[in-house]
Design a protein around this ligand. Structure first.
Ligand code: 6PG
Length: 470
């Protein structure tokens, strides 16, 4: 019997779609799911493809794969991955390659890579972005592993990935947890991007008093320009959608409590651990936390709702122009924070990451795909040691041009009593980052005052202490 080239475990929607994508690209794929009924259903629906086959025991599955075996797991992150590895390990042969395509925590991936390597297997922690549609038609892929393992799986990954300007949206990222780390920060940026868009919507809806259809038009228009991105595009589409039952815009029916699975929080935890400021990404996580406190928000509104400010003398057209600049500038800051974090993690974990290439593989297939990633990629390519995107001349001119309107929008929202934590944190990040003389002299003095922690001086080397009360 002709053996399959690739094995795939986990037939929830991501796994099923990825298996179909592989088969469409001519890769003979064998699927397995713990619940046999799922495999049966999948084969009933899609088994007519000559490239799709299924196995009903793990032993049969492993035996029907070409060697070295290449097995991709699309199962729930966490303990299920360890459980599956425990079951697979006795059935594998040296040199077999296991790829974890879930949103696993990068430190788990580092631990699993070490374990698998010691047992003679190759382990790939691969970030997969693009949701269900991406899995089916072409995701962005972020594999972290040894070079040799990558060379084995590269042709298939390139075939199934999305393409941007003809180039596959996959590249070698780095060893062990690098791929999952990069995917984690991708999600941190995704959280920020989504929150920024939501705040801009809030300003249009509740400060400029625009109706939902009009806001949809603005997002649609922005999507034709430099803000062109998947998230802006789907926001315009979402705002046009009416609820079948009530005829109201569906966004008015959806409860304002955001879910989260943890990758945004992990990004912020890593940023705190590595000492990299990522306020916009982190505010986006806090905003989801705040959103879930619905009952308290409703209760507090009763206490404070008389302090809202509304004006009908606002110049809508000029404020919309300011808003576009504010969103663009804030987006630059959010991505700058994300790339800064990835760059630092690359140094700390010894991953030798190429930030220009990373930006390239996010140009299509993934959730944060955006026209401006071309410029991000070019900026890092022309200056690979650039510490932060804010040093790029291209983005510097966009930020300078945006700054006056950005300030106006943040003040306007503050006056109106509308919380916009992501937009305002991006502005604060920008202002703090280009401030040559900040306020940490006061912090240092306070630390020295109450704890004799000492401080450095601007005029000579060394550490000094003042007798503050003497
Ligand atoms: C992607 C998405 C994907 C998923 C997130 C949602 O890149 O395809 O990021 O990974 O949709 O896990 O995350 P939250 O549930 O935390 O919003």
């Amino acid at each position: 019997m002709c053996k399959s080239q690739f094995g795939l475990i986990g037939l929830a929607v991501m796994g099923a779609n990825l298996a179909r994508n592989m088969a469409d690209k001519g890769v003979k794929t064998l699927v397995y799911n713990r619940t046999a009924a799922k495999t049966k259903k999948f084969l009933e629906d899609f088994g007519h493809s000559p490239n799709l086959d299924g196995a009903f025991t793990l032993k049969d599955f492993v035996n029907q794969l070409e060697r070295p075996r290449k097995i991709i797991l699309l199962i729930k992150a966490g303990q299920p991955v360890d459980d599956m590895l425990d079951e697979l390990i006795p059935l594998l042969d040296a040199g077999d390659i296991i790829i974890d395509g879930g949103n696993s925590f990068f430190k788990d991936t580092q631990r699993r890579s070490k374990r698998m390597k010691e047992l003679g297997f190759e382990y790939v922690g691969m970030g997969v972005s693009g949701g269900e549609e991406g899995a089916l038609h072409g995701p962005s892929l972020m594999p972290g592993c040894g070079r040799q393992a990558y060379d084995h799986i590269r042709p298939v990954l390139e075939a199934i990935s999305a393409k941007a300007e003809g180039e596959p949206c996959v590249d070698y990222i780095g060893t062990d947890g690098a791929g999952h780390y990069v995917k984690m920060v991708h999600n941190g940026i995704e959280y920020a991007d989504m929150q920024l868009i939501s705040e801009v919507y809030t300003i249009m809806r509740h400060v400029l008093k625009m109706d939902v259809e009009e806001i949809a038009e603005v997002f649609g228009k922005w999507n034709q320009g430099r803000l062109s991105s998947y998230l802006i595009e789907i926001t315009a589409a979402i705002l046009q959608k009416k609820d079948g039952k009530t005829g109201k815009p569906i966004v008015d029916i959806i409860l304002d409590k955001a879910g989260q699975k943890g990758t945004g929080k992990w990004t912020s935890l890593s940023a705190l651990e590595l000492g990299v400021p990522t306020p916009t990404m982190t505010e986006a996580v806090f905003a989801r936390d705040m959103s879930s406190m619905k009952e308290e928000r409703v209760e507090l509104d009763k206490k404070y709702n008389d302090i809202r400010f509304a004006s009908d003398t606002l110049d809508k057209d000029s404020l919309l122009a300011d808003l576009e600049k504010t969103l663009y500038a804030s987006k630059i800051c959010a991505y700058a924070q994300g790339f800064n974090l990835i760059g630092t993690a690359g140094e700390v974990y010894g991953w030798h990451l190429n930030l220009g290439h990373l930006a390239k593989i996010w140009r299509n297939g993934c959730i944060i795909r955006a026209a401006f990633l071309n410029v991000v990629s070019d900026s890092f390519d022309s200056n690979p040691s650039m510490k932060n995107l804010l040093f790029s001349d291209f983005f510097a001119s966009a930020l300078k041009e945006a700054r006056p309107g950005w300030g106006r929008i943040v003040s306007l929202a503050a006056e109106a009593g509308v919380g916009i934590p992501a937009l305002s944190s991006a502005l604060a990040y920008f202002d703090a980052y280009h401030t040559p003389v900040g306020n940490a002299n006061i912090i240092q003095a306070q630390r020295d005052y109450f704890g004799a922690h000492t401080y450095e001086r601007v005029d000579k080397e060394g550490h000094f202490h003042t007798d503050w009360t003497g």
